[in-house]
Design a protein around this ligand. Structure first.
Ligand SMILES: [Zn+2]
Length: 300
């Protein structure tokens, strides 16, 4: 086995969701719920979200490269299982969090913070008619805020989103949904691709990067925000199903470099895992041990 990002042959193995061997009651209850999944009715949404995870394949081990720090699930769920999961489970659990449009994106703190991160860089794009794509967009909060701030150009917003609950929201926001799932065959090339907490969910990292390569205009930008697994992540039991890939600064930069993208900017931000575990509020300020990695890459 070789690291698909840096080629290194040495790995460390961790059990997904339960990184340490420390025993505690919460862990025991989770193991137990997974065992009795069959008996738990669907309407107990919170319990079901814990008990059903193995059914979709989000279990087993993660192999973590000892050089660049990139981690990947040992056994990746089949495409069929993933589609089923995102169709049946993911948005069902989150249905109540879907806002009615009414310009609520203006108050979405993550979207606002991401839009400010990208704004000055996007302004460098020369064309007056720009196509933006948000993959795994949900409320497309960041690109909506960006469109508001660049009034001198036409910005066409496109999304890929499996959650059907966003239909009327997109209509009101004048967003063109191009596909339920990624990858899809695109008729146009994009100037800016926004992916927020999405890349860690894809099945295949190589074909994803190839898709970016083939569907972005020369000089275009790709925004990526993913969980940062560089600091303390593997020292604690962190429950973040359904992730498949695990990134560090080094691995994320190298991955894009391998596909001829240059790094424009990268920040580490947010609370630390320690603060998250002790229920401290989420923020998006720069923090050297933060749980988020945010970057922009430019297509050469
Ligand atoms: Zn590596």
């Amino acid at each position: 086995m070789k690291c698909s990002i840096c080629g290194n042959k040495n790995f460390k193995k961790f059990r997904y969701d339960f990184h340490t061997n420390k025993f505690n009651l919460k862990k025991l209850i989770k193991f137990f719920l997974i065992k009795i999944d069959f008996f738990i009715p669907n309407k107990l949404i919170k319990l079901k979200s814990i008990s059903s995870r193995n059914r979709y394949g989000f279990s087993g081990f993660v192999n973590v490269c000892t050089d660049c720090g990139y981690g990947i699930l040992d056994t990746i769920p089949t495409e069929k299982k993933l589609i089923k999961y995102y169709n049946l489970e993911y948005w069902n659990k989150r249905d109540s969090t879907v806002p009615k449009f009414k310009k609520l994106y203006k108050k979405n703190l993550r979207g606002l913070s991401q839009s400010l991160f990208s704004l000055e860089i996007i302004k460098k794009l020369k064309s007056n008619n720009l196509n933006f794509l948000d993959i795994g967009a949900a409320g497309a909060w960041a690109i909506l805020n960006i469109r508001d701030k660049i009034t001198e150009k036409t910005i066409n917003l496109h999304t890929v989103e499996a959650g059907q609950v966003w239909g009327s929201y997109y209509q009101e926001a004048k967003i063109n949904k191009v596909s339920d799932f990624f990858p899809f065959k695109s008729k146009i090339k994009y100037d800016y691709i926004h992916t927020s907490h999405w890349l860690e969910h894809v099945r295949e990292i190589k074909s994803t990067l190839n898709w970016f390569r083939n569907n972005i205009n020369k000089g275009g930008f790709i925004f990526v925000e993913v969980p940062n697994t560089e600091f303390n992540y593997w020292d604690r039991d962190i429950d973040d199903t359904p992730h498949i890939h695990f990134f560090t600064r080094k691995s994320l930069e190298k991955l894009f470099k391998n596909y001829n993208f240059e790094i424009v900017k990268m920040d580490v931000l947010g609370p630390s895992y320690l603060e998250l575990n002790s229920k401290q509020p989420i923020h998006h300020n720069i923090n050297p041990t933060g749980v988020y990695l945010r970057a922009i890459f430019k297509s050469k």
